[in-house]
Design a binder for this molecule. Structure first.
Ligand SMILES: Cc1cc2nc3c(=O)[nH]c(=O)nc-3n(C[C@H](O)[C@H](O)[C@H](O)COP(=O)(O)O)c2cc1C
Length: 218
C-alpha cells in the first residue's frame, strides 16, 4: 500500500522567493466592494458557469483582490504569514493567481496590491488559452492558472506537498465564492497549467496546481 507522509513542521528555514518576470506593475485601483448580499445567498447561489464573455479587467481584479488580499499579517514573520478569506496551511498562502485576459498575462501580487504584467512568450499565452477553450468551448472570458511557489512551504514543513494541494482546493472554492459575490461566472478546469510553468524562466520551485475560467455568464 502506498501512502503520503504527514507534513511535519520545521524550524522556519531560509528560502528564496521565485522572481516573476514582471514587465510592469500597476497598483490596484480604488477598491469597490461588491453590492451587499447575504453570505447564505452567495453560498447557495454559487454554481459553475460554462458559457461566458469577457469581463472588464477592473471587474476581474475586483474578484481577485476580494479573494486574495491579506487582511492581517503576522508581525515580523520572515515567512510573511497572513490571514485572508481562504484557508491556508500555516497561513503561508503560497499560491499565486495568473490571469490570462485579452493579450496580456498578469500575476495578482496580493501581498503588495499590485497587478503585475508578466513577460511571457506570446505562443505560450495563445496555447494555454486554446487548451482552456478546448475544455470549455463556450467560455470566451479570461482564464486563471494557480501556481504555487514551494519555497515557503518547504521552509516551514517537511513533506509539504500535500499542504499545497489542499491549499489549491481551498483557494479554488474561495475564488468561486468571490466571483459569485461579484456577479461573475466561474468554472474550475481539470487541467493544471504545467505548460505555463514550463514557459517561465527558472521554475524549479514552482508547481501548477489548477485552472479556471472567469467572466460574464451568458
Ligand atoms: C478540481 C476541479 C476540476 C474541475 N474541472 C472541470 C472541467 O474541466 N470542466 C468543467 O466543465 N467543470 C469542471 N469542474 C466543475 C465541476 O464539474 C462542478 O463543480 C460540479 O459539476 C458541481 O457543479 P457546481 O460547481 O455547479 O456546483 C471542476 C471542478 C473541480 C473542483
Amino acid at each position: 500500500m502506498t501512502h503520503t507522509e504527514d507534513p511535519h513542521p520545521l524550524e522556519d528555514g531560509p528560502f528564496q522567493d521565485y522572481r516573476w518576470p514582471v514587465l510592469r506593475a500597476v497598483p490596484f485601483g480604488q477598491h469597490r466592494a461588491p453590492a451587499e448580499r447575504s453570505f447564505l445567498d452567495v453560498f447557495e447561489s454559487r454554481r459553475s458557469a460554462r458559457a461566458m464573455t469577457s469581463a472588464s479587467l477592473e471587474a476581474l481584479v475586483a474578484v481577485l483582490r476580494l479573494a486574495l488580499v491579506p487582511r492581517f499579517w503576522k508581525d515580523g514573520d520572515p515567512l510573511r504569514r497572513s490571514r485572508r478569506p481562504a484557508l491556508s496551511a500555516g497561513a503561508l498562502h503560497p499560491i499565486s493567481v495568473l490571469l490570462f485576459a485579452g493579450v496580456a498575462v498578469y500575476r495578482v501580487n496580493a501581498e503588495e496590491s499590485l497587478l503585475e504584467e508578466l513577460h511571457v512568450p506570446p505562443e505560450l499565452r495563445a496555447n494555454w488559452v486554446s487548451k482552456c477553450k478546448q475544455l470549455l468551448p463556450a467560455a470566451d472570458g479570461a482564464f486563471i492558472v494557480l501556481i504555487a511557489d514551494r519555497a515557503r512551504p518547504n521552509a516551514a514543513y517537511e513533506y509539504s506537498a500535500s499542504l499545497v494541494w489542499r491549499d489549491a482546493g481551498a483557494l479554488l472554492q474561495t475564488l468561486a465564492l468571490a466571483a459569485e459575490s461579484c456577479g461573475l461566472g466561474f468554472c474550475p478546469l481539470g487541467i493544471l497549467g504545467s505548460e505555463v510553468v514550463d514557459g517561465l524562466p527558472g521554475t524549479n520551485q514552482l508547481l501548477a496546481v489548477g485552472a479556471a475560467a472567469i467572466g460574464l455568464s451568458t
